[in-house]
Design a protein around this ligand. Sequence first.
Ligand SMILES: C[S@@+](CC[C@H](N)C(=O)[O-])C[C@H]1O[C@@H](n2cnc3c(N)ncnc32)[C@H](O)[C@@H]1O
Ligand SMILES: [Zn+2]
Length: 273
Amino acid sequence: MYFICPICNERLYKESNSIKCKNSHSFDYSKSGYVNLLKTKGRAKIHGDGKVMIKSRKRFLDGGYYQSLQNMVSEFVVKYLPENGTVLDCGCGEGYYSAEISRRLCEKKSHFSYYGIDISKDAVNAGMKRCKHLDLAVASVFNIPVEEKSVDLLLTIFAPFCADECRRVIKDNGYLIMVIPLENHLWGLKCAVYDNPYRNQVESLGIAGFELVEKAEIIDWITLESNETVKDLFSMTPYYYKTSRSDFKKLDSIRHLETEIEFGILVYKKDKC
Ligand SMILES: C[S@@+](CC[C@H](N)C(=O)[O-])C[C@H]1O[C@@H](n2cnc3c(N)ncnc32)[C@H](O)[C@@H]1O
Ligand SMILES: [Zn+2]
């Protein structure tokens, strides 16, 4: 798989400190090693999750609270990725899952390629620091800068999802692994913050052009033992964007929290077309 040029769609080839297309459009690697392929680079605009969310997510995930999910997703990728296959993590965040998956693939496969994209520069920067072997780019899942039918296995973990782009970039008979929150995910946390919390709606699992071939659930409880961890968990979720200051302040007094975690892991195979 190659990243493609966001200006002319031609393949990008690595040179020393940049990648370039045949029309001489060139994109420099950052100090940490990612490349920015976002079409609209709007200088002042901040895309995706910001520094606070990324740091909170990294601290929380490094605490091991979602390790069962990391294990299961890693096992599925090892199971479904063919030898010499290419993985693309769409909305890879700060690389918690990708770093571990690529480590396991190193043990189990003689050759594979691993790419990730996220619209947040801070996220991919943190991802490169977590694992320098990942090939990460700042880019949108709604405009994935890779050639059609070039990905063997596309991962989307709690990230925005664009079915059309997935259909375009995944090879025929390739796989899509999606992780979604189930109905009661983080119910205890939501009850601590909101007067009228709502349960997650689990939408229809069908995706046109794909067949659901395996489905697993993780239903468990986690116990958070410090105020910082409670706030980190809250701040790494989309609720962080949507919550009033007064509701957020309710977290100040919480030093111990038990909450449900509920994940759905869905494996789809792309139809031949
Ligand atoms: C809830 S986080 C999940 C991150 C990672 N998959 C994980 O589970 O740790 C969602 C991620 O999607 C990214 N994101 C949001 N909109 C995006 C878009 N249009 N294209 C690519 N990434 C996007 C955010 O920056 C964030 O890193
Ligand atoms: Zn170009």
